[in-house]
Design a protein around this ligand. Structure first.
Ligand code: GAL
Length: 654
């Protein structure tokens, strides 16, 4: 378990570098990410490379015993490059070209820009590839950040038309697949296809899903270009990208497939106020972040990275970009670091070393203040480093969980593209609610792609597998896990139409039911069944030749079951989900313990850790400790049973 930091030597006088490096090592830091936004300094004019300053910076870090993650600077093409290639800029949904003056202004489909990227990445890889300090490369920075996955530029359109011509066997096949006979949307040639925005009313869902898939593949090939160059010139180094939490606008599994490690950027307080957390949770967890937001992403990216996950950027204090930017509760910077390790992170790296006194992020905290003095985070990081040493010798190999929660990026999109009203139903928020309930029940969860192997799971949960997927259905038929499908499972074809046999499409092979009607519910409406199950947001009417487990007042059934296969045809609220999922855990013989709202426990190999996200102190009960294999003989490795808010405890499991 290593601690890292993001550092920008180009922002500071060279005379400070050695002092900074020394201070980093004093804080227990051993890895430093540099370079990802430095293009204008690395190549101030076309072909005029200036690598000597970065060489000196990396040497300085190396001399202090630090390892370096070098970022490729392709998120920040400099002004001269734009001037030479004005068509490389991305275009937003209103047809507005993205301007120069911040970052991520490029279009993934611009061939001239791809060639520029190849050039700078090759030059950097050749120069620094064998440097003994370089242990990893980061490609670009946060693909998709600032809503930049999808571009509607002319290059993107041409690439999309070509993409369509390779995916469909002729334009007639595309017309048929998309249902273009509707509203006379038929094309005669691939060149007539446009971008799916700027239409009078909504554009065709099939067109939108195709554009989403195309854009996602553009990121994959853009990233792969860099990966291939880096592998060639810098063998033996890990290649990483830093994904951003709560981004669903491209397939992260697909992009991560070409990497050695999936890393991600965690801003728990930013996410809390920005991303769909309900109002009362926002209040309770204002200074801690939601108890299940960080771990959701750790588990997701561990699986994107096929077991290898790093945290590349961890929030150190208030950020500058969310609607509200509160200060974290003292202890949280340490807690977030520990929690990442407990969910399998190999590295936890903080953003950023020193707060910048200039430009866009001057209101964003760092480990140190702009004057160089330690801020709160520096002290907490130092504590974390000291504590890591205390756990040496404990087996921390991650084990497969008993529960798989499938995560399907295309499925999330297919659900998102067409929702008849029902603004409250958000597929990502719903998936996170299910995850959160399972975590409250104290169990470990693997978040896996629907293409993953599903052997040896006892319980498989599907909340955003919207696409009727034969391979997945066959896999589920062969395993012996209990399977829970939530609403909208299999409700669309790969072309975003309703499947011929009606939802849940091909999953009818597992449970013989048919969704014949869906309704979306306004905010204040909660519907209750005979057995007091409460549902919100979304409900489906089912036709089946066997009775439901439960019934609503109006006669619609709730919860259909065919032996080990369950179909839950509405969105249960949190209480109902707790009961539903606990019943499945009982049946699957998965031991659990209800931890309540703010306490969480994670297990990594023989290490168990408890985290108090709640506003009140808690004491870990004997029952809980016994459940997680605590032994009086070995006792606590860190902390003790009484946990103040933002505190942690750790013990070796027997
Ligand atoms: C991330 C980004 C960093 C920095 C940070 C601020 O999204 O990768 O470069 O901008 O946000 O919170």
């Amino acid at each position: 378990m290593k601690i890292g930091v993001c550092y920008y030597p180009e922002h500071w006088p060279e005379s400070r570098w050695a002092l900074d490096a020394k201070h980093m090592t004093d804080l227990g830091i051993s890895m430093v990410r540099v370079g990802e936004f430095a293009w204008s300094r690395l190549e101030p004019a076309a072909g005029y490379y200036q690598f000597d300053w970065l060489q000196r910076a990396i040497d300085t870090l190396h001399n202090a015993g630090l390892k370096v993650i070098l970022g490729t600077p392709t998120a920040t093409p400099p002004a001269w490059l734009i001037k030479n290639n004005p068509d490389m800029l991305a275009v937003d949904e209103h047809g507005q070209m993205r301007g120069f003056g911040s970052r991520r202004h490029y279009c993934f489909s611009s061939e001239p820009y791809r060639r520029e990227c190849e050039r700078i990445v090759t030059a950097l890889a050749k120069h620094f590839g064998e440097h003994p300090a370089i242990c990893a490369w980061q490609t670009d920075n946060e693909y998709g950040c600032h809503d930049t996955t999808i571009s509607y530029s002319e290059s993107a359109l041409a690439a999309f038309q070509h993409w369509c011509s390779t995916k469909y066997n002729g334009i007639e096949a595309l017309n048929l697949a998309w249902g273009n006979v509707f509203w006379s949307m038929e094309y005669k040639t691939f060149e007539e296809i446009g971008v799916p925005v700027g239409t009078v009313t909504e554009s065709n869902p099939a067109h939108r899903l195709a554009y989403w898939r195309f854009s996602s593949e553009q990121i994959k090939t853009f990233n792969k270009l860099q990966v291939d160059i880096l592998r060639q010139h810098s063998p033996g180094r890990d290649i990483v990208h830093n994904f951003m939490g709560n981004f669903i606008d491209f397939d992260h599994f697909d992009v991560a497939d070409d990497l050695d490690v999936a890393s991600w950027d965690n801003y728990p307080l930013g996410f809390l106020t920005r991303d769909g957390t309900d109002a009362s949770d926002q209040q309770t967890y204002l200074r801690t972040g939601h108890p299940d937001s960080s771990s959701f992403h750790h588990d997701l990216y561990r699986s994107c990275g096929k077991g290898r996950m790093w945290l590349m950027e961890q929030q150190p204090g208030p950020v500058n970009w969310a609607p509200f930017n509160p200060s974290p509760l003292p202890g949280m910077v340490r807690l977030w670091g520990w929690e990442a390790f407990a969910h399998g992170a190999e590295v936890v790296s903080y953003f950023r070393y020193r707060q910048a006194p200039f430009a866009q992020e001057q209101m964003h905290a760092g480990l140190c203040l702009p004057d160089g003095i330690d801020d709160d985070a520096a002290r907490e990081v130092k504590t974390l480093g000291e504590e890591i040493k205390l756990l040496a010798g404990i087996d921390t190999n991650m084990q497969q969980a008993s529960i798989a929660l499938l995560f399907d990026y295309a499925g999330d999109q297919a659900a998102r593209i067409q929702q008849p009203g029902g603004q409250n139903y958000d597929p990502l928020v719903f998936t996170q609610r299910i995850y959160s309930v399972l975590r409250q029940l104290g169990v470990s969860v693997d978040l896996v792609s629907s293409a993953a192997k599903l052997d040896n799971y006892k319980l498989i949960v599907m909340s955003n597998c919207t696409v009727s997927d034969t391979a997945l259905s066959n896999k589920l038929a062969k395993c012996d896990a209990q399977v829970i499908m939530f609403p909208r499972t299999g409700s669309k074809t790969a072309e975003c139409s309703i499947p011929d046999q009606l939802p849940p499409g091909v999953f009818q092979n597992l449970i013989d039911i048919k969704v014949t009607r869906v309704e979306t519910l306004p905010n204040a409406i909660r519907m209750t069944t005979n057995n007091q199950a409460t549902v919100v947001d979304w409900r489906e009417r089912i036709e089946a030749n066997f009775p439901a487990e439960d019934v609503f007042d109006d006669g619609w059934g709730f919860h259909y079951r065919n032996s080990r296969i369950h179909y839950i045809n509405a969105c249960p609220d949190r209480q109902t989900l707790l009961a539903l999922l606990a019943a499945r855990l009982d049946e699957c013989n998965i031991p659990y313990v209800d931890l309540g709202p703010g306490l969480r426990v994670a297990v990594r190999g023989k290490l168990a850790m408890a985290f108090n996200y709640g506003p009140n102190p808690v004491t870990l009960s004997d029952h809980l400790l016994k459940h997680y294999g605590f032994s009086e003989k070995t006792g606590f490795s860190l902390g003790q049973p009484a946990l103040k808010p933002a505190d942690i405890g750790a013990w070796r499991t027997n």
